[in-house]
Design a protein. Sequence first.
Length: 147
Amino acid sequence: MRLVKTNSDNPDFKMLSALFDEYLVDIDGEERDFFAFYNNVQLDNVLVVYENEIAVGCGAFKKFDDYTAEIKRMFVLPNQRGKGTATLILSELESWATQQGFTSYILETSPKLTSAVALYKKTGYHLIPNYGQYIGVENSICMKKEK
């Protein structure tokens, strides 16, 4: 696998993000537009993973506060799951964020994405109260990991 650090203007990231949004339609339901508003932002720290020169997964992070990076847009193509790609992406994003001085990581996901929640728990994330725009959103859970 080849990992490429880029930004959200990357065409492969845009393609994977669009597929992710389609995947989330059934999960987010009526809240789709709410989540889309917060997901369609310019991201300067994007990772795209390639296997045999095909983009198979992505993730990103952005500054939440001086010490915390927010993990965003974690997605692996359904036919590529179970190969450790998501774990690789998450680990690389955390390492990259640490290099930029962040000492903790937060994220938001859907409780319906049970495999994502399991991945985050397995890699050291724990549930926290919903933050920011996710406060009071029933279809969201928020998690945090300290370095």
